[in-house]
Design a protein around this ligand. Sequence first.
Ligand code: CP
Ligand code: NVA
Length: 303
Amino acid sequence: MSKHVLALEQFDRQQLQSFVDRAIELKSERKQGVRHEQLAGRTICLLFDKPSTRTRVSFEAAMYGLGGNVIFMSSKDSQLGRGEPLKDTARVLARYVDGIVVRTFGQEIVEELARYSDVPVINALTDLYHPCQILSDVMTVIEKKGALENLKIVWIGDGNNMANSWIEAAAIFGFSLTLACPQGFDPDEKVLARSKERATQSITLLRDPVEAIKDADVVNVDVWASMGQEDEQEERLELFQPYQLNRELLAKAKDDAVVLHCLPAHRGEEITEDVLEGPQSVAFDQAENKMHIHKALLDQFID
Ligand code: CP
Ligand code: NVA
């Protein structure tokens, strides 16, 4: 198995399924009050270039929950912010800690860190991918729907990092995925092509959200402007309006469809307050599951 977690496409179905299964087990053990100490004496460094509430705290809680320690460093407070090369940073950090969890802009940044790091590097979001989040989301779908097979899973909105990782998940887990993205906001072309080649079920890219959501079992939405795209926020507001998940649009999905949002949500933009707070929303279970998935990954990847 790959030593690092940079993208879902590095793994096969059995490996991804084992992370989810382990997370489900750890979640149940936590409810039973089981204590874990397998990472006692180990330390990870969280190296973050972008803001985070859920990912940071859930990784930290996961590491402490397995008996380990965490050092958080924002890039701007490190010498990276003053131009120290990534390859030097990776080699130095790897001499202090047992794993590096990175949230940054370019996917090439996590890849370069991984190339020079003797310890595992875990991608906690880049502009291209959000792999750990999608594992939490897949876990949530399995909890709510029992299995991934025969579900219609839909993505509505920007073809962003979340959409790209969902596409890879569809290809590897073998479920069908329908996306509706506005023209000019498609998922990454290469990710889509590679995933379609690997997929056993359909991965369909549409423009019309109404057509996409019809009879959906699972509906995913995310912010219209991701971190780093703040200057496009105004322009996107108008363009993405038809892609808002409101009661009217959701009514076209199956009655028992679940709504996923990785959070943070912009109420009144990509999702309305009543849908996010409504009975079909599982956003807060998703948020909880991030911690269980992160535990499963740390348990698997940190020696
Ligand atoms: N969903 C997610 O990654 O949230 P944060 O940006 O708060 O970490
Ligand atoms: N697509 C969003 C996800 C936030 C968790 C972003 O990159 O900002």
